[in-house]
Write a protein that binds this ligand. Structure first.
Ligand SMILES: NC(=O)C1=CN([C@@H]2O[C@H](COP(=O)(O)OP(=O)(O)OC[C@H]3O[C@@H](n4cnc5c(N)ncnc54)[C@H](OP(=O)(O)O)[C@@H]3O)[C@@H](O)[C@H]2O)C=CC1
Ligand SMILES: O=C1OC[C@@H](O)[C@H](O)[C@H]1O
Length: 754
């Protein structure tokens, strides 16, 4: 991500996704100090596949800038509400998905060349961007080189070589394909490998820029004749003849992955002279020279030794030269443009269509070129949500329509990822089907799938259902998953079903170490925070995550955007305090005194753990923004262990320090606010599956307690609070097939938000 400051004074945040070779060059380049800067770029985040990779990427390429935020997944980039522009530096095959995901999250995009695998994908991306109103540009950096403008002026305005007749351009690199593994983007067809999309696109670009004064929709129609040499389906060499019927101009354009081209990579011939373009790569020109045509000179080694050019110009880049396109993006966005005039959408489409035709003639076909599925799926208008009209090539009783969350979970690659939220068979060749909208509303992606499997019959569609309930209210849940839920069969499906039906907006999870928050967030299509996976706590949220706070001891927190509005931050924390020694056992099984239990609490460290989170978030608690702290405190509350309620707690009353600390800091126990008398509503969350102890005091009645809490600042109005569970769980050890996947109940509080 770069935060850049443009000439006009505005700023936007840009994230690099894919920490590969070009992303490295890009971030290095845009953070260079240079005299011709039209925007200042500060890299502030990177989206990559692992923290380790991101850390070395930052260390090696952005040593002097402020340390960027490293996201170990691209999803987290899209969830970061402060990211405005995404730079996509992944293999060609991922450009479409990366673009669509970023667009869906409302991000502007600078996407590496080739823009997508084929024109159909490019159309889809541009249509999505236009529908969302976001900026997109193909990162065809060479077009932004000042040489291009000078050259086109020399050719078409000053006509230094008379009438342009022919362009020869070759881009060759020795990619040493024999030594590359099948996973290489240069060798793997499904990643978009091939000389054409990798480097031939530059030769084609030089042809288009030098044989025609115009680009995009104003350009003349060129005919194409092409040949490709394929190895394992990948084009190792591509040769293109461009022919302009209106003028008779010709382009002889080529690329190869086997040999390096010569320094003078391009020659443009006209009726009165010719131009030579030179540079280390055909993508990176460094000079051009204009020569007069000669008639009968045959015995001199090169033109340059024989005579002098009538014009020549050499160029130096401050760095690699990628900063020019980045500046253009910054200026465009600051000016409110949604595309760029040097690399307009129409030109991207023209190049993609030409490359499709070159591949059609040459034979390089990507798996992504397979035709669209032939069935159809649409949302029936003016009918009950969700009623779908569908058609399939033929009837099949096992064809089905499944509803998933928009982000994650759906069979985008025609493979199962996670269970659908709702589904039903669509058995006819043509029909209409109603499926109940998932509870809680939101954005959904709907798939029409073949024969109890995941092959698409039609392209998926996106549908929305309005949230039910009061938009000013927010439902918060605290839920200890119990080893992520893994103690119960089919836990993932059961958890997703429970959460998607619970109507909650934000969930603080405990025992979510590893990737359980990520897993659930992705399956639900919610935002999530996992804290690297080493800690027990996680957060999933329908609200966008603006910022992830650093861990404070046993608490993890995020800043959420209320109603998706980043100017309305809401600080939310989830904590999980140490489990042993467990105070109610000390009282009820060991008959310890108040002093001994106090010592046990301190030995467990729980009071200092909750104090650390409460004190560490003082400025958030005391700010005007809403603040909520939830968690499994592994200790009951002094509001429950009152002298009036002794009979429920081994005839003991006790001021549990872990519940006093938040309250002394001004927080409100939301459950007790709504249900002030513990004798009337206990709110016990421990434990739905342990009526009897299964530990050292096996068989004795397990102390039942409220140990999971939701605390909010006193400014927040509590509208309701309850304990939630799914089904009627069997007690341990017969819990394996429970619908309820935890050993705790969950607690849900509804707040009225400001
Ligand atoms: N403008 C220019 O001069 C150049 C442009 N390019 C273009 O940039 C893009 C990337 O090329 P380049 O940087 O050379 O490629 P690299 O292979 O060096 O890097 C691509 C990155 O994409 C991410 N990625 C995600 N999924 C995969 C996958 N399945 N296989 C490999 N990588 C994956 C990885 O980052 P992570 O692990 O961090 O997610 C990887 O490091 C291409 O479109 C290419 O044409 C390339 C070179 C020069
Ligand atoms: O875009 C590119 O230009 C430079 C080359 O080195 C690289 O392989 C290619 O993808």
């Amino acid at each position: 991500m770069t935060r850049y400051h443009v000439e006009s004074g505005s700023e936007a945040a840009l994230t690099t996704i894919g920490a590969g070779a070009i992303s490295a060059a890009f971030v290095k380049d845009i953070t260079l100090e240079r005299d011709d800067a039209r925007a200042t770029h500060i890299v502030s985040a990177v989206g990559t596949s692992s923290l380790e990779k991101g850390t070395s990427f930052v260390r090696d390429n952005i040593p002097s800038s402020p340390v960027p935020c490293i996201y170990a997944s691209y999803e987290e980039v899209y969830q970061d509400a402060s990211v405005e522009v995404v730079y996509i530096g992944t293999p060609h095959a991922f450009h479409k998905k990366n673009c669509l995901d970023a667009i869906a999250a409302g991000k502007h995009i600078l996407c590496e060349k080739a823009f997508t695998i084929n024109a159909r994908e490019a159309e889809e991306v541009l249509a999505a961007a236009s529908a969302k109103g976001v900026y997109v540009m193909e990162a065809m950096w060479t077009r932004f080189h000042p040489l291009v403008q000078d050259l086109r002026k020399a050719l078409f305005t000053d006509k230094l070589i008379g009438d342009v007749r022919r362009t020869f351009c070759d881009f060759g690199q020795d990619h040493k394909l024999g030594s590359l593994g099948p996973e290489s983007r240069l060798k793997n067809l499904s990643l978009g490998a091939g000389s054409l999309l990798t480097i031939g696109i530059y030769s084609l670009t030089w042809g288009l820029l030098t044989l025609d004064e115009h680009i995009g929709t104003n350009a003349s129609q060129a005919e194409i004749l092409a040949d490709q040499h394929l190895v394992d389906g990948v084009d190792v060499a591509t040769a293109i003849i461009l022919r302009y019927p209106a003028t008779g101009r010709q382009g002889m354009l080529s690329s190869t992955s086997e040999f390096k081209n010569s320094y003078d990579f391009c020659r443009i011939e006209g009726t009165e002279g010719y131009v030579l373009l030179g540079g280390p790569y055909a993508s990176s020109p460094s000079e051009f020279s204009v020569w007069r045509n000669r008639s009968a000179v045959s015995d001199v080694p090169t033109e340059r030794q024989q005579t002098r050019p009538i014009f020549e110009k050499k160029y130096e880049n401050s760095g690699f030269g990628l900063y020019r396109e980045a500046d253009a993006v910054a200026l465009d966005i600051a000016a409110g443009r949604r595309g760029n005039e040097i690399m307009p959408h129409e030109e991207t489409m023209r190049v993609m269509r030409m490359m499709d035709e070159i591949r059609r003639q040459g034979g390089a076909a990507f798996p992504q070129d397979a035709p669209d599925p032939t069935g159809s799926l649409s949302l029936a208008s003016n009918k009950e949500l969700f009623t779908f009209d569908y058609s399939a090539p033929k009837a099949n009783s096992k064809n089905w329509i499944g509803i998933y969350h928009t982000t994650g979970g759906g069979p985008d690659d025609e493979k199962q990822v996670s269970p659908s939220l709702r589904w039903a068979y669509a058995p006819d060749a043509k029909g209409s089907l109603n499926i109940k909208a998932p509870i809680g509303g939101g954005n959904f992606k709907v798939y029409f799938l073949a024969d109890d499997g995941y092959k698409w019959i039609a392209k998926p569609i996106e549908v929305s259902a309005k949230e039910t309930g009061n938009p000013d209210e927010l439902k918060i849940m605290s839920w200890n998953l119990w080893y992520g839920g893994t103690k119960v069969n089919n836990y993932h499906d059961e958890q997703v079903k429970f959460l998607s039906g619970a109507g909650v907006d934000v969930v603080g999870l405990q025992e979510a170490s590893g990737d359980h928050a990520k897993r659930l967030g992705e399956a639900l299509g919610w935002n999530w925070h996992q804290d690297g996976g080493d800690n027990s706590v996680g957060i999933i949220s329908r609200l966008p995550i603006i910022k992830k706070h650093s861990m404070i001891g046993r608490g993890s927190g995020v800043q959420l955007a209320l109603k998706g509005d980043t100017s309305k931050p809401f600080n939310f924390w989830s904590a999980h305090l140490a489990a042993y020694p467990y105070g109610p056992y000390s009282f009820c099984f060991e008959n310890k005194s108040v002093e001994e239990v106090t010592a046990d609490e301190n030995e467990a460290g729980r009071p200092s753990q909750i104090k650390q989170v409460v004190d560490g978030t003082k400025s958030q608690r005391e700010s005007k923004d809403p603040y909520v702290l939830v968690g499994d405190f592994n200790a009951p509350s002094h509001l429950d262990w009152t002298s009036a309620n002794k009979s429920s707690h081994c005839d003991k009353s006790f001021d549990w320090p872990t519940s006093k600390i938040p309250i002394d800091a001004g927080l409100v126990d939301s459950f007790r606010k709504v249900h002030p008398d513990p004798k009337v509503v206990s709110g016990n969350t421990w434990s739905p599956i342990y009526p009897k102890n299964a530990d050292d005091w096996e068989g004795q009645p397990e102390p039942q307690d409220r140990i999971d809490f939701i605390y909010g600042t006193s400014k927040l109005e509590v509208k309701g609070s309850e304990v939630r569970i799914a089904g009627t769980p069997n007690a341990y050890p017969d819990h394996r097939d429970n619908e309820w996947t935890s050993d705790h109940r969950s607690v849900v509080t509804t707040y009225k938000m400001p």
